[in-house]
Write a protein that binds this ligand. Sequence first.
Ligand SMILES: C[S@@+](CC[C@H](N)C(=O)[O-])C[C@H]1O[C@@H](n2cnc3c(N)ncnc32)[C@H](O)[C@@H]1O
Length: 272
Amino acid sequence: MSKNFIVAIANSTLNAAEGHSSNSADVNRLRPYVERALTLTGWDLDRIAPTRIGPGLPWNYERRARELLAQAQSVLDLGTGGGELFAELCAGYHGRAIASEPWAVNAPIAKRRLSRREVDVVRAHSLRLPFHSGAFDLVLDRHEELDPNEVHRVLRRGGSLLTQQIGENEWNELRPFFPRMQDFGPLLDRYVSGLQQTRMTVAVAKARDFRSAYRGLGELVYLLCISPWTIPDFDPLGKDLAALLHMEDRLAAREGLILTESRFIIEARKTT
Ligand SMILES: C[S@@+](CC[C@H](N)C(=O)[O-])C[C@H]1O[C@@H](n2cnc3c(N)ncnc32)[C@H](O)[C@@H]1O
């Protein structure tokens, strides 16, 4: 056996060992975020929220929701999560308030939190609503799927929908590393034309993309784990680790990992 061959084997073993140890170091670094995501209940992401770079959204969903609530005698919050935001919005509200929540984990959490505000919580799929037609003056929906026909049906004439949604450019920078990342397409256009087909009047339809810095890969992995619809079969400690590290390598900046966030808002009224 030539000396060169032995050196080559030694080097490749060393590289493999280094690769292996850096892999297990990365697994150890990311594992706490994955484990924490497994225990998520509710939908309070304040502690993990990224830092927005540049100006914020040119609208304020919470403020507009409060204004609409002040004129509504009955309200439905679709996909309330743990009811965190709806509990705040309902403080001092004297009308009839109901929240729906599809996820079995969150429905009881929302129930507990919102019962203190005398808000009923119904475990229900957001696209098939178990409510009478014309039951609500107002439907609120932050970041939960909706069916324009169902929203139209449960609103009484004169009632309103206010929804803020994640737009199609959300985390676009991840796509080259995760080609299977879900693409929900032009949701704003789909919702607007769906609402218009029900003959609702769309008063506001705006979209805005902005950039945010995520503290590090762990925080992003956590967010990807708690939104399993983003990258189907996401496996951060196994088959997706290499792509994650490659992405971190390419996107890391002084401020953290800089990604596009995308939002849109729709306000519509049932006029006929
Ligand atoms: C993005 S959350 C928004 C919650 C709330 N509207 C808010 O703005 O704080 C949308 C929905 O996803 C649900 N959800 C979260 N993790 C889920 C999971 N692993 N499987 C199914 N639904 C999940 C939440 O319970 C919630 O109803």
